[in-house]
Design a protein around this ligand. Structure first.
Ligand code: GAP
Length: 488
């Protein structure tokens, strides 16, 4: 097993053991690329979502939120281009019967050439693949796979079918009778719910351009190659924002959102070297700029978020397909126009995985006579599923009651957890593994002088503090301001 496979395996088993992520329908042997979140996973997701929402909506006077339905009128997806163009080029291996994305097979080969120092070959293949994808030349993609002698990783043979386009949208029927049922789609992105509500929101929230609409919610894609755990799922959550601007000002806003979104990532304390921008050189026909924010996963730099300048494409398409005007009267220039849009789009589950990779550590602890290890999830305190754990040293003499009193002091502000089972050291380790930044132990001295032992997750430092001091210490560390204070 390669090192990266081993790391991923560790993350998957940690996520299961500590109630972060479970395979969907596990008792029925699971459903491929669909996952459920456990109690700690749900808290962590909620906190990531809240960090995004606060940064986008609460920190910007000119951004408001919506929550649109997953089902939309089928024409929405015709207008957006998803019915005709939301495809992946697929190829099957006739021996293993496994299906692959043709472009991913080629990308893996490019990465191999690069790793082997064959940079000219890598660049040549990249260009040939980009040209074939742009001109939708499926035969050329197949030829590249053959010329580069790419074999199926399962069967090891090069017995390939033709490359075919495969639409990624799920469809279902709306209506009770099959004959008169309408085909509807499960949305493959949340953005279209924002576009079709553009005027509703602009008018009711009395927004003036430039302004944004934010939304978080589920999206569904029939991903053929679902790999790397929650990196590529069939049901996932997006956090998207469409920023409506006056035509001609979009590049200024694109630059702003690029910097702001990168700052959002780095404010979590993740070092600069772990992130990079990947500028798109080949742009979709409707975009005039696009960049990905990539994180250095163990399997290489991969996209976590996209920032796209989408011109007036989407609103114009919906105008044409619905027959309704989607325009804005700009009083500053006395003109009606269809606004341009700069979009930011991040996958919540992918961000979750990023944090797991970045924060989970097997730490070796050296002491005078022995070497020990601990598993610690060094999540930013504000995102941790549990912020404060309180333990009575023993289960008697009023210590449990005192510990519960402390929980009751803090449960209004933080997710707290009470634990009385096992030795204190074991309890600390369990909290380390789920990322709890602070543990408090109540002992016999507490009953005398109202002091407790406060233990810090990262340094494992233990301090004797008065119960009265706790609220200031915690508020100083678990604080939205710390991460929302953007310096662009
Ligand atoms: N509205 C633009 C849009 O949907 P995208 O690049 O297709 O753009 C945006 O998706 C983000 O959604 C990606 O950067 C990624 O984080 C996340 N994402 C996309 N497909 C995903 C999948 N199958 N599983 C998990 N996350 C996914």
């Amino acid at each position: 097993m390669s090192k990266q496979e081993e790391t991923l395996k560790k993350i998957i088993s940690h996520c299961k053991e500590y109630g972060f992520v479970f395979q969907s329908s596990e008792i029925y042997d699971g459903l491929s690329a669909v996952y459920d979140y456990g109690h700690n996973g749900t808290e962590l997701r909620k906190n990531i979502r809240e960090y995004w929402w606060k940064a986008m909506v609460q920190m910007h006077d000119n951004i408001v939120g919506i929550d649109s339905a997953i089902f939309m009128h089928p024409k929405v997806w015709k207008a957006s281009g998803h019915v005709d163009g939301f495809n992946d080029p697929m190829i099957d291996n006739k021996d293993s019967k496994k299906r692959y994305r043709a472009d991913q097979l080629l990308e893996d080969r490019i990465a191999k050439y690069e790793k082997d120092g064959k940079t000219d070959k890598a660049a040549g293949l990249q260009k040939a693949m980009d040209d074939a994808l742009e001109s939708n030349d499926l035969a050329a993609l197949k030829a590249l796979i053959e010329e580069n002698e790419i074999a199926c990783p399962i069967s090891g043979t090069r017995n390939w079918t033709e490359v075919r386009q495969f639409n990624l949208m799920y469809s279902t029927q709306m209506g009770s009778l099959a004959e008169d049922a309408d085909e509807v789609y499960l949305r493959p992105e949340t953005a279209q719910g924002i576009f079709v509500n553009f005027l509703n929101v602009q008018k009711t929230a009395r927004m003036k351009i430039p302004f944004g609409i934010a939304q978080t919610g589920k999206a569904f894609r029939n991903e053929i190659i679902a790999r790397q755990f929650i990196m590529r799922m069939r049901e996932f959550e997006q956090m998207e924002m469409q920023f409506f601007v006056r035509p001609g000002t979009e590049m200024e806003w694109f630059t702003y959102w690029k910097a702001y979104r990168m700052a959002w990532h780095k404010n979590l304390g993740i070092p600069d070297a772990k992130y990079r921008f990947h500028e798109h050189t080949k742009l979709a026909h409707y975009a005039n700029a696009a960049v990905d924010i990539e994180y250095d996963f163990p399997f290489g730099f991969k996209e976590v978020e996209g920032i796209h300048s989408r011109t007036d494409f989407d609103l114009k398409q919906h105008q044409e397909f619905s027959g309704k005007k989607l325009q804005y009267f700009d009083p500053e220039i006395n003109q009606n126009y269809v606004p341009y849009v700069v979009e930011t789009s991040i996958g919540l589950d992918r961000m979750f995985l990023l944090l797991m990779f970045h924060c989970l550590e097997e730490e070796t602890l050296e002491s005078e006579n022995q070497t020990d290890t601990r598993t610690v999830l060094r999540l930013p305190a504000i995102l941790a599923p549990v912020k404060l754990a309180v333990f009575p040293l023993v289960k008697k003499d009023g210590l449990p009651e005192k510990a519960k009193e402390i929980i009751d002091m803090f449960r209004f502000d933080y997710t707290c957890m009470y634990e009385e089972k096992d030795a204190i050291g074991k309890r600390y380790r369990r909290q380390d593994a789920i990322g709890t930044p602070f543990c408090v132990t109540v002992d016999y001295d507490t009953m005398e002088n109202n002091t407790v032992t406060l233990r810090y997750r990262d340094s494992m430092e233990q301090k004797r503090v008065a119960i009265d001091e706790l609220s200031t210490i915690l508020a100083d560390e678990i604080n939205w301001k710390k991460v929302l204070n953007f310096q662009l």
